[in-house]
Write a protein that binds this ligand. Structure first.
Ligand SMILES: [Zn+2]
Length: 483
């Protein structure tokens, strides 16, 4: 018999049989399972329902990966585990529909949809921006910005009077395009010309060279391209979620972009190049921020430093892409409370199973650090923050995906490893598990690891529910770190 208090971290899957008198099968753990360790008495005092009970196992069968078991859990309405489950459910629904659409596209064009996850941030000076304004910026970005401006508009954008602008045009410093108007010729300044004057190096306009499609990005928005997207707005940094309690917001959008154009007649159009030029994207995003908020970038200097516009890799729904999309969607849709709880667990105070001092207790009672200093109502402010939904908004054809498919697609349970549709085989109690040979962990970024042994946190959970009568055992520190 193993000495639990000393060797808990060294237990191998097979040893579970010895420990608990059960035989084990293939266990798939998900990083969110670790959320079940979250204890937060202060939150419960405020009225949060954070019950968590691990009942046993659920058994599934995946056509690719075979039979596997996962934890069977019951949690209270405010538990971050529940929030993660619901993010998973909406991601699965979206995936089911996109897979069908992808099949249609393949049938019609022989190609597959390319997806891209883009992160769009705001400069730190705008961290106080309201949610409404932030979405306004995104809409301006999505719908496309004007490609040419009147002299009046251009002078505002350039921060000079109309007279100064006219002089600069006369001296040839700024190029104006002459166009026929109702009463003779009118002058227009293009967006590129304004950018050029403000110090931005506009990509050379290659003639009709389709390979350089991205250089035309400034003139063609995602909307004009007829693309679709799933968009979430986050006000916190996943790395430091507690900072939101201090009013330190970190505003950014997660955009899961489907680079597929759907024309009015329902036909599909795929981009010639399967990628977006990130500099062009950064400019378009900064431009939208300027238009909506009045913020002014120094286009020479700080555009790159002020704006973190990040692409993830491109992928299709082939092979690992399906699981990747599932992951990107649910990652974007997860709520602040999930990141908060996860960081609390990962913090040093994990042994006491409550958020460390940098997290909570002190903050909840301190008015200046409360989420809503204006009202001084710490409790309401905190509960609102905790329960704040993070609903995705759809753009382009993604808004009418159901209509586009012409049928309702049933969302089915997905394999956490490969994303395929799985069959539910039933529940098992702790004592009923059979043939358990492997432990697989699905990490935060959707990465799949085979673990040589059960992680400490999982054993913490098992010991909790099985009540083995161990009063003190080592903490999870030193267990495999989730990425
Ligand atoms: Zn699978």
């Amino acid at each position: 018999m193993l000495n639990i208090s000393e060797d808990i971290k060294e237990v191998k899957g097979d040893d579970l049989q010895e420990l608990f008198g059960i035989r084990t099968g293939r266990l798939v753990l998900h990083w969110r399972d670790r959320l079940l360790l979250f204890r937060f008495p202060e939150g419960e005092k405020l009225g949060l329902d954070l019950r968590a009970e691990v009942k046993g196992y659920n058994v599934f069968e995946c056509p690719n990966c075979g039979e596997y078991i996962t934890l069977d859990v019951e949690v209270g309405g405010d538990h971050p585990y529940r929030a993660m489950k619901s993010a998973m459910a909406s991601a699965s629904r979206a995936l089911a529909r996109l897979e069908r659409l992808d099949q249609k596209v393949q049938k019609a064009t022989g190609e597959r949809i390319t997806f891209q996850h883009v992160i769009l941030t705001f400069p730190p000076a705008l961290r106080g921006l309201s949610e409404e304004k932030a979405w306004e910026v995104f809409r301006a970005f999505w719908e496309g910005l004007k490609s040419e401006y009147t002299l009046g508009e251009a002078s505002k954008l350039l921060g000079m009077s109309k007279e100064e602008l006219k002089e600069k045009i006369d001296r040839g410093e700024i190029k104006a395009e002459e166009k026929p108007g109702k009463r003779g010729t009118i002058r227009r300044i293009t967006r590129e010309e304004i950018l050029r004057f403000r110090g931005f190096k506009v990509p050379e306009d290659e003639e009709e060279d389709e390979e350089h499609d991205e250089t035309k990005y400034l003139r063609k928005s995602f909307k004009e391209r007829g693309w679709g997207a799933w968009v979430n707005f986050h006000t916190w940094s996943s790395r430091e979620p507690w900072k939101l309690l201090k009013g330190e917001r970190h505003l950014h959008f997660h955009v899961v972009l489907a680079m597929l154009g759907v024309k009015d007649d329902g036909s599909f159009e795929l981009p010639r190049t399967g990628w977006i030029d990130m500099d062009a994207l950064r400019v378009a995003w900064a431009w939208a921020i300027e238009q909506v908020t009045g913020y002014r970038f120094d286009w020479n200097e700080d555009l790159k430093h002020q704006l973190d516009v990040r692409p993830d890799s491109y992928f299709t729904l082939k092979d690992k892409g399906r699981a990747k999309l599932l992951h990107e969607l649910k990652y974007s849709t997860r709520r602040w409370a999930v990141d908060f709880a996860m960081r609390a667990i990962e913090s040093e105070n994990v042994s006491s199973r409550s958020p460390g001092p940098e997290f909570l207790s002190c903050r909840l009672t301190s008015q200046e650090n409360s989420p809503d200093p204006g009202t001084g109502n710490v409790k309401e402010g905190f509960l609102d923050l905790w329960r704040a939904p993070n609903k995705a908004r759809a753009f382009g054809w993604w808004r009418c995906l159901r209509g586009l498919l012409g049928e309702e697609i049933e969302a089915k349970k997905r394999c956490p490893v490969c994303g395929d549709v799985v069959r539910y085989l039933g529940k098992l109690g702790w004592n009923e598990v059979t043939d358990f040979s492997e432990i697989v962990l699905v990490g935060k970024k959707g990465r799949v690891l085979k673990l040589p042994r059960a992680p400490g946190w999982f054993l913490d959970l098992i010991l909790g529910v099985n009540n083995v009568g161990v009063s003190s055992y080592p903490t999870s520190q030193g267990s495999p770190v989730l990425d």
